[in-house]
Design a protein around this ligand. Structure first.
Ligand code: DLZ
Length: 162
C-alpha cells in the first residue's frame, strides 16, 4: 500500500524492460467499478508505454475481488500469457466481510503464484474508506494500476531468464 513516502505511480522507467514481446491478462473486479476501472486504465497505459500492443492485452471482468483468484486461474491455465494482473478494490464496511475477502484474495493469488509458471500480480486496494481508495486510484498517492503493471512487466521478464 502507498504511504506519504511512496507514490504508487512513481518508478524509474529505466529499470523497466521492454515489454513489446509480452502478453498480459488483466482480471478486473466490478465491485467499486469507478475505482477498479481507474486502475485498469492506468495499468493498460503503463503496459502500452513499455511497448505492449493492444492485441497482447486481454481483459476479463469478475463480479468482486473474491472472484479475482478464479479469473486469474483461467488466464494462468492457458499458458499463452506472460503475466496476469488482478485489479480490485475492497473497502472496509461494518462487518468482518472485508477481512474475509482480503484474506481470501491475497491467499488465492499467492497460491496461483506457487502453482502456475507465470507471475500473478496483486493489484488490489484494501482501504478503510472510499477516499483512501480514490487517493490510490489516480489521486494524491498515485495509481495502484501503474504499480501493478510495472510489477507485471518486471516479473514476466524475470521469469524469462530463470
Ligand atoms: C460482498 C462484497 C463486499 C461487502 N464488499 C466488496 C468490496 O468492497 N470489494 C469487492 O471487490 N467485493 C466486495 N464484495 C463482493 C465479493 O468480492 C464477492 O463478489 C461476493 O462475496 C460474491 O462471491
Amino acid at each position: 500500500m502507498s504511504t506519504k513516502l511512496k507514490n504508487l505511480s512513481s518508478y524509474n522507467p529505466e529499470l523497466v524492460p521492454d515489454a513489446s514481446h509480452l502478453r498480459f491478462g488483466i482480471v478486473v473486479s466490478e465491485w467499486n467499478i469507478d475505482i477498479t476501472h481507474a486502475l485498469l486504465n492506468a495499468a493498460v497505459k503503463i503496459l502500452q508505454k513499455h511497448g505492449v500492443t493492444e492485441d497482447n492485452i486481454e481483459i476479463s471482468h469478475v463480479p468482486g475481488s473474491f472472484e479475482l483468484t478464479f479469473g486469474a486461474r483461467l488466464f494462468a491455465e492457458r499458458e499463452d500469457l506472460d503475466s496476469v494482473i488482478c485489479l480490485g478494490c475492497v473497502i472496509r464496511g461494518e462487518t468482518p466481510h472485508f477481512d474475509f475477502i482480503c484474506q481470501s484474495v491475497s491467499h488465492g493469488i499467492t497460491e496461483l503464484n506457487l502453482e502456475y509458471d507465470i507471475p500473478v500480480v496483486f493489484g488490489v486496494l484494501t482501504t478503510n474508506n472510499l477516499q483512501q481508495a480514490k487517493d490510490r486510484a489516480g489521486g494524491k498517492y498515485g495509481n495502484k494500476g501503474d504499480e501493478a503493471a510495472v510489477t507485471a512487466i518486471k516479473m514476466a521478464v524475470l521469469n524469462e531468464v530463470k
